[in-house]
Design a protein around this ligand. Structure first.
Ligand SMILES: Cc1cc2nc3c(=O)[nH]c(=O)nc-3n(C[C@H](O)[C@H](O)[C@H](O)COP(=O)(O)OP(=O)(O)OC[C@H]3O[C@@H](n4cnc5c(N)ncnc54)[C@H](O)[C@@H]3O)c2cc1C
Ligand code: SF4
Ligand code: SF4
Length: 1013
């Protein structure tokens, strides 16, 4: 039995009182002081882990005014605040021991747009992709980009002065700011925009804090003009944050305070609104992927490529390309990258197509004289998007590198003049070689900024010491080449190097600016600079690392839960796009606890606490002795749980319980953090201490139960339609909308069709030719008992194609047991079924399943459980089988299609999440099958339907299940009844969800195909 866990540090009294008082004033945002919320925000994409005291999620700027007014009271003077956006910072910029102000949850409205004047006004929590998809129909975009554009916020981008692909022509975020609204720590709300010297003089007259800010900044940038000129390097990736060099325009008639605020990492003020410049989307873009045999060739080619003035040149090295080959992205780009060792992605953009084509031709013909091994010119927008996606996923993929040493971000964004890049990188590599460190390199060679991530295992103290050693040496190297240490990702825990680049005198001036904005060092303290003459210091590079915590977990657990430790916090699982499959629970609940990263973080801490309190042996022993019986100790623990006895395991449980087990994370996350598998292991252990609910036993055995329901279908359906019974099921079992058994049952339907008997012996005696014309159609509980017409239609369809279809008796797959963490029960079922499936495999007859979630269980969870892929025959999805049988499919003619009344024989396919993520080719396979028969099928990009097997039937998830449906499916399905028959869905859950929320049921593709024969 696992112990009760309670090892987390408590809140200090001062913070606890402040948060209690905050709840009493008109603060409409959320206030969280529970450990799970604090823990989730203790990491970002950096190597650090710093536990905050609390988290607040403001809804409006008024909330912040109220918060800071309260905080201004004398008794709360020691309380500090750090703003946070998407939390994708790579250097711990948003981490702090105070209160985190998370603007990403509610402050994410696009407020206003003026196309004539070319601007848009946003709240700080708006995500870059969210903004650009809003702007795209108007032909404009927000030009600065970042690789994590699907989750990085404008507030974060402004405060790191972010930029990425395309920065050579579009510049940084600070180049696109027209006006900022911000709030100081004393509650003063202010607005800043470029002003002329007359307005500046007026503002300087103000006797309050604002006047002081303008006076102080002007005094420094005016009196130190020459020093600033000498200090700030003239390179594309200029120095960011407190950017003294750009406050005045070169003609010195315009003063822009926003140049100081941009890149200040939340140390000066909290941004509450931003008015941003819009840029016209170029009419045409062309992307060429150029292949090289090594990184050095790609790097040295950059200078020649620059001659054509491309909008971007991005390099991806061998390490990332090798990792990409094991990821779902490879499926999309393999033809474009071939067997290249390194690639340069070169983008050319413009408004004149023929000029652009001339440039592309010139680029391609120049390649002949260079050391390239091939190239690919993207043929359309989708191909370009896929190649850019490969680049964006690159950093995340690095966490997937085998072994304990992973590529680590801490010296990853140095920038030097592009002309020195080759020599600089040569020295950089020599340095890493000296330490015998492997590394990955990629990035923006066009602007002299290459991302270098040495591989380290920060769980090992010796590797940890290298962070300091290497950082010091790289700083010296960058200085030698006249570059900057923070070409892209900001300072954060690297703030101690700020004086090296600004020089001691200007660094003191930064302190004066900090003092003017935040004299008591309460905003993101320790980042960049502390107030002038303050005794406080900036955060040291040796601040607590995630590795400190992870190394406390015993090694057996580290390897059993390996992916939870590999999660590098890149945040791809926070993808905002409702039509992407990635993490419906995060989207539906708008809570980072309910994301793969959140769950992996909760789990790591859980394992740490377990390791500290017990050891692996005890856990293993107890796991073996977890029977179905009910020991007294468990009853006692469960009673404690009911009366509110704290156990950290309950917080982990809550996080895990929100997971839909859709499996998107298992493939879409670059590290393949498979939360459903981790969750099953967690639940298995959690219930060694606590009793399970009766619902768990019922749902866990629902497949067997469904078999009995089908035997007694009339009684079952009559009972389940009774409103009182349904009410009781909801109240006492927590289940809603229990499905009804469909009739005729599969057994009855097959009998009436005279289906061949399933007899293993008889099947094994079939001739080779007979076998070639046979199919084994596996049953699953969902379609067999609740949608038998689909099984029978599939049977008819395959029979009409000339196959003899053998349907073995139903057997439980064990999937619900696996989802709920009944691991030993699942394991016995998997072992038993594996034997049977192996016998089927020996027959050499194709084995096909209809329902994706069950069919893929045989290929995913079974393999993990029985730990051998060899003994399991491949159970194919229907489309995987059909795509190998295209020659059998007849071409339709108008006669057999006209009665179906669809528009131009055109259908739309909405795939099942598990199928889209674990069987990547599934949509295109269905397309090929439909095409072969003469029909058109268009896959629609959708997120999750919100049902996901058990999830949508759990009463406590009913509302979220509906919300998730509305985010994506609800937006794509037609309202007009006559259009509905063209919409097809492959998953049982998805069809049931549409039925219960929209009142009609999409057909399965096999049902449509059958009608055309
Ligand atoms: C895989 C990966 C690739 C990356 N690639 C790039 C890249 O190409 N280019 C690039 O520039 N960066 C890149 N980054 C770094 C990071 O994405 C950027 O720094 C981004 O701008 C951070 O945005 P965020 O919303 O996540 O901010 P956070 O990390 O949450 O915060 C960043 C800083 O902004 C401050 N902040 C946030 N909101 C506010 C606010 N409302 N008011 C005041 N201060 C605030 C925080 O205190 C913190 O100091 C990458 C990161 C990852 C994980
Ligand atoms: S779970 Fe995956 S996608 Fe999410 S932060 Fe971790 S590694 Fe990135
Ligand atoms: S299985 Fe789905 S809902 Fe659960 S964490 Fe993964 S992506 Fe999110």
């Amino acid at each position: 039995m696992i112990p009760r866990l309670n090892l987390q540090p408590e809140l200090t009294e001062k913070y606890a009182t402040f948060l209690r008082e905050l709840a009493k004033i008109p603060f409409a945002g959320e206030i969280r002081a529970d450990f799970a919320n604090r823990l989730i925000l203790s990491t970002d994409n950096s190597i650090y882990q710093i536990l905050p005291q609390g988290v607040v999620f403001p809804r409006t700027s008024d909330d912040l005014v109220h918060l800071f007014r309260l905080a201004s009271q004398e008794s709360y003077r020691e309380i500090t605040f750090s703003p946070r956006g998407g939390g994708t910072g790579t250097n711990g910029q948003s981490l702090s021991t105070g209160i985190i102000i998370d603007c990403s949850k509610y402050m994410k409205q696009i407020l206003e747009m003026n196309l004539e004047e070319g601007w848009v006004k946003v709240q700080p929590g708006v995500i870059l992709d969210q903004l650009n998809s809003y702007l795209q129909p108007h032909g404009v975009f927000f030009a600065p980009s970042v690789a994590p554009s699907s989750r990085a916020t404008l507030g974060g981008m402004i405060n790191t002065d972010a930029c990425g692909q395309g920065s050579r022509i579009y510049g940084r975020t600070s180049d696109h700011i027209l006006e900022l609204t911000w709030i100081l720590v004393d509650g003063t709300l202010a607005r800043s925009r470029p002003i002329n010297t007359k307005t500046l003089s007026q503002l300087k007259q103000d006797s309050g804090r604002l006047g002081n800010i303008y006076r102080q900044v002007d005094e420094i940038v005016s009196s130190k003009q020459e020093l600033i000129e000498q200090t700030f390097p003239k390179i594309p990736r200029f120095m960011t944050g407190y950017n003294l060099g750009k406050v005045y325009t070169p003609t010195r008639d315009n003063f822009d305070l926003n140049r100081i605020i941009a890149g200040s990492e939340g140390t000066l003020a909290i941004i509450t609104e931003a008015k941003l410049k819009l840029t016209k989307i170029p009419d045409y873009k062309k992307l060429v992927a150029i292949h090289y045999s090594c990184f050095d060739d790609a790097l040295s080619a950059a200078e020649n490529l620059l001659a054509l003035k491309p909008s971007a040149i991005e390099t991806i090295d061998e390490t990332i390309l090798a990792l990409a080959r094991g990821d779902e992205i490879y499926y999309r780009v393999r033809e474009f990258i071939g067997d290249a060792k390194t690639i340069n992605l070169v983008e050319l953009a413009g408004d004149n197509l023929s000029q652009l084509e001339t440039k592309v031709n010139q680029l391609i013909s120049n390649l002949e004289s260079q050391q390239v091994t091939g190239f690919y010119l993207a043929q359309n927008k989708q191909e370009s998007a896929d190649l850019w996606e490969l680049r964006k996923k690159g950093a995340g993929l690095l966490g997937n590198r085998p072994g304990n040493r992973k590529p680590i971000a801490f010296i990853e964004d140095t920038a030097v003049p592009p002309s020195c890049l080759f020599s600089y990188i040569r020295e950089f590599k020599a340095l890493l070689k000296e330490y015998q460190l492997d590394y990955a390199m990629y990035g923006h060679v066009d602007v002299g900024c290459v991302h270098v991530r040495p591989t380290l295992d920060l769980k090992v103290p010796e590797d940890e010491t290298l962070i300091r050693e290497l950082s010091d040496k790289v700083v010296a190297l960058v200085r030698k080449y006249g570059g900057v240490m923070w070409g892209e990702h900001g300072k954060g825990f690297r703030s101690e190097y700020t004086p090296v680049f600004f020089g001691e005198e200007l660094y003191q001036d930064l302190g004066k600016i900090k003092a003017a904005f935040d004299p008591d060092n309460r905003l993101n303290p320790g980042k960049i600079v502390t107030p002038y003459q303050s005794k406080e210091k900036v955060v040291p590079i040796e601040s607590p690392l995630r590795g400190h915590f992870d190394r406390q977990v015993n090694s057996a657990m580290q390897s059993e839960y390996e992916v939870a430790f590999s999660c590098n916090g890149n945040g791809m699982c926070f993808n905002f796009n409702p039509d992407s499959v990635m993490c419906p629970s995060y989207k539906g609940m708008n809570n980072r606890i309910h994301s793969p990263k959140g769950r992996a973080s909760l789990l790591r801490e859980w394992l740490r606490q377990l390791s500290v309190l017990s050891d692996r042996e005890i856990l293993a022993t107890h796991r073996r002795h977890v029977p179905w019986n009910v020991p007294t100790k468990k009853i006692w623990n469960t009673l404690g749980k009911l009366v509110g006895v704290y156990d950290y395991s309950h917080e982990v449980y809550q996080g895990m319980h929100g997971c839909l087990a859709c499996k998107a994370c298992a493939t879409q996350c670059p590290i393949h953090v498979d939360i459903p598998s981790l969750r099953a292991k967690f639940l298995d252990l959690y219930y060694t201490r606590y009793l399970r609910s009766p619902r768990d036993y019922l749902v866990g055995n629902s497949e067997r139960l469904a078999l009995w329901q089908a035997y007694l279908s009339a009684v079952n359906n009559f009972t389940l339609q009774n409103p009182i019974i349904r009410w009781c099921i909801e109240q006492f079992l927590g289940l809603v909308d229990p499905p009804l058994v469909s009739t005729p049952t599969v057994r009855q339907g097959l009998k009436s069709r005279g289906a061949p008997e399933f007899d293993l012996e008889q099947l094994s005696s079939l001739s080779k030719e007979e076998k070639a014309n046979s199919v084994i159609l596996l049953q699953d509980a969902f379609t067999s008992f609740y949608e038998s017409p689909i099984v029978l239609d599939t049977y008819d369809f395959l029979t009409q194609l000339g196959y003899k279809v053998y349907v073995p008796p139903f057997f439980s797959s064990g999937k619900p047991l696996q989802v709920l963490g009944f691991l030993s029960e699942f394991s016995s079922i998997a072992q038993k079924n594996t034997k049977f499936l192996t016998q089927l495999g020996d027959l050499d007859i194709p084995i096909v399943g209809i329902e994706p979630s069950i069919t893929l269980t045989y290929r995913d969870e079974y393999i993990k459980t029985i730990k051998s892929s060899e003994s399991l025959p491949r159970v194919q999805l229907l489309q995987e089988f059909l795509v190998t049988q295209l020659q059998r499919l007849p071409k339709i003619n108008n006669h057999n299609s006209c009665h179906l009344n669809t528009h131009n024989n055109c259908y739309y396919l909405l795939g099942h999440c598990t199928e889209k993520t674990l069987a990547l080719a599934s949509s295109s396979q269905w397309q090929q099958v439909f095409q072969a028969i003469g029909l058109s099928l268009n896959p629609i990009a959708t997120g999750c339907c919100g049902m996901a097997g058990i999830y949508g039937h759990q009463a406590e998830h009913y509302q979220t299940s509906q919300d998730i449906y509305q985010l994506s499916w609800g937006q794509h399905l037609p309202n007009k009844p006559e259009e509905r028959q063209s919409y097809l869905a492959t998953g049982y859950s998805c069809r049931s969800q549409v039925k219960r929320l929209a009142g009609w049921k999409p057909q399965h593709p096999a049902q449509v195909l059958r009608k055309y024969l």
